[in-house]
Ligand binder design. Structure first.
Ligand code: ADP
Length: 259
């Protein structure tokens, strides 16, 4: 069983150094980027100075999610300057460094170098960097974790068995690197019907919470599969930035990570 540490992400101004919170998933498509963006915004709304690093080299989606698609970051003396989004979160993305529409086929060392530039950018007084990692548990992820030593990691999974098994692998990766697991977020947990508001469970329910228990890690939040979340995300205005019902689970997630 993985080692459990109850870490609350203390205010960085008291700790002097900027802290990194990694968001990981065992596989793609589970909503890791959606959760990262909304968690970053929800943490910013709690008064933290938050930056978001989109390290997903295979499919950087944060520029679109955060409404700054097509904007390239400026550089000062070879150091990148994060983009100020409209949602109170600064952003740097691999998506901002490549030409749109071009396939991204980074080789290990090249990807590592580019990712390093995103983390080592001019983040100013940013207290917490939310790091949206590429899905999976390969070399790029391991190098990133070892080099930048996150203060903690949040694992995102859907309720499905396969995604949960993959999540266990991601947990193992952080344990080996000595990075404490903050906990597991269950995304797409229950379908929220846009017509009647009722919740149904196409992928089953309670699986992730039980798995977190079995793995000995905290269960942080349950985010429903909701049309409103998808539409807001596509429009570059993540629900956590607004005051709709869809913002609530992300606020609860932020509360469980930082108080
Ligand atoms: P990942 O980063 O894990 O590959 P994304 O965050 O890109 O996954 O999400 C994949 C797709 O699912 C996106 O179209 C996103 O808008 C949608 N999505 C993610 N989470 C939810 C949710 N809770 N409700 C509705 N749609 C979601």
């Amino acid at each position: 069983l993985p080692e459990v540490q109850d870490i609350r992400l203390l205010r960085t101004s008291e700790r002097r150094t900027r802290r990194i919170l990694a968001v990981a998933s065992g596989k793609g498509g589970v909503g890791k980027s959606t959760v990262s963006a909304n968690l970053a915004i929800a943490l910013a709304r709690k008064g933290l100075k938050v930056g978001l690093v989109d390290a997903d080299i295979y499919g950087p989606s944060q520029p679109k999610l955060m409404g700054v698609d097509g904007i390239r970051p400026q550089a000062r003396e070879k150091t990148l300057l994060p983009i100020e989004t409209a949602h109170g979160v600064r952003l740097l993305s691999m998506g901002g460094l490549v030409v749109e529409g071009q396939a991204i086929a980074w080789r290990g060392p090249m990807a590592g170098g580019a990712l390093g530039q995103l983390v080592d950018a001019d983040w100013g007084d940013t207290e917490l960097l939310v790091l949206d990692l590429p899905p999976g548990t390969g070399d790029v992820q391991l190098t990133m974790i070892q080099k930048h030593k996150p203060a903690g990691a949040v694992i995102v999974s859907t309720p499905q068995d396969l995604a949960l098994i993959d999540a266990a692998r991601a947990i193992d990766l952080f344990n080996k690197a000595g990075v404490p697991i903050v906990g597991l977020v269950e995304n797409m947990a229950g379908y929220c019907c846009p017509h009647c508001g009722g919740i149904s469970d196409p992928f089953g329910s309670g699986g992730a919470e039980a798995a977190a228990g079995a793995l000995g890690i905290p269960f942080l939040a349950r985010i429903p599969l909701a049309m409103a979340i998808r539409i807001a995300s596509d429009a570059g205005a993540p629900p956590a930035a607004g005051n709709s019902e869809a913002a609530a689970p992300f606020g609860a997630l932020a509360d469980s990570v930082y108080e």
